[in-house]
Design a protein around this ligand. Structure first.
Ligand code: ATP
Ligand code: MG
Length: 201
């Protein structure tokens, strides 16, 4: 069983994430790609991140139509800041037979050596770095046998830009899946002056 792991804040999930996951799924013959929304991301505490439940549900909405895509709650249900090492350890415990492929954009790949327990990361998963407009994709300094680079269709989309667009009342249609546009409107996420509480569970 070959399991792709797509970690992210997904605030909101957009077509850049989905194209990257789909392309790696095909190229690496993955049986499944599990999207893992972070709890509180340790790199992002300067900015207020939307409630984990909102980010989780948007990820479910966005991935529901793809039979190979699933979503995991391991990071949002673990207290404290999210470290990828914990994500991979938990997934390995849940799926002991799976070979893990952690999918990451060029920007995140360049940071990886600064992540907690960086050495052990490469024991737990093979890393697939994907191209992202505006960033240079490089494996320099990383263990060559544990890292692959994959070109994916260029999607110049970021969650930061999507949030800024909503705040300015500009469209995010076609940048994020239709269901995510509707979810953002329904809960008034990212709109100027509207606090985003967690949805009822
Ligand atoms: P933010 O602007 O809030 O940081 P983001 O668009 O970078 O959001 P993240 O949730 O931070 O999205 O990213 C999750 C993963 O997806 C990271 O590995 C990131 O590099 C990758 N990724 C995000 N957007 C793209 C894109 N357009 N193309 C390829 N990879 C992407
Ligand atoms: Mg990012």
């Amino acid at each position: 069983m070959r399991l792709g792991v797509m970690g992210g804040t997904f605030d909101p999930i957009h077509h850049g994430h989905l194209v990257a996951a789909s392309e790696v799924q095909t190229r690496f013959g993955l049986d499944e790609v599990v999207f893992v929304p972070t709890g509180q991301p340790w790199q992002k505490d300067e900015r207020e991140v939307s409630a984990p439940e909102h980010r989780y549900l948007m990820t479910v909405v966005a991935t529901a139509s793809n039979p190979r895509f699933t979503v995991s709650r391991v990071d949002i249900d673990r207290p404290g800041p999210t470290y990828t090492i914990d994500t991979l350890r938990d997934l390995r415990t849940e799926r002991p037979d799976a070979e893990l492929f952690f999918i990451t954009g060029a920007d995140a790949l360049a940071q990886i050596l600064s992540w907690k327990d960086a050495d052990e990361l490469f024991d737990l998963a093979h890393f697939v770095g994907v191209t992202r407009p505006g960033y240079v994709l490089s494996e320099s300094g990383l263990p060559a046998d544990r890292v692959s680079l994959q070109e994916v269709p260029a999607m110049a989309i970021s969650s930061t830009d999507c949030r800024a667009r909503v705040e300015r009342a500009e469209p995010v249609w076609y940048l994020v899946p239709d269901g995510v546009v509707q979810y953002v409107n329904k809960y008034r996420l990212y709109a100027a002056g509207s606090p985003a509480g967690a949805p009822a569970r």
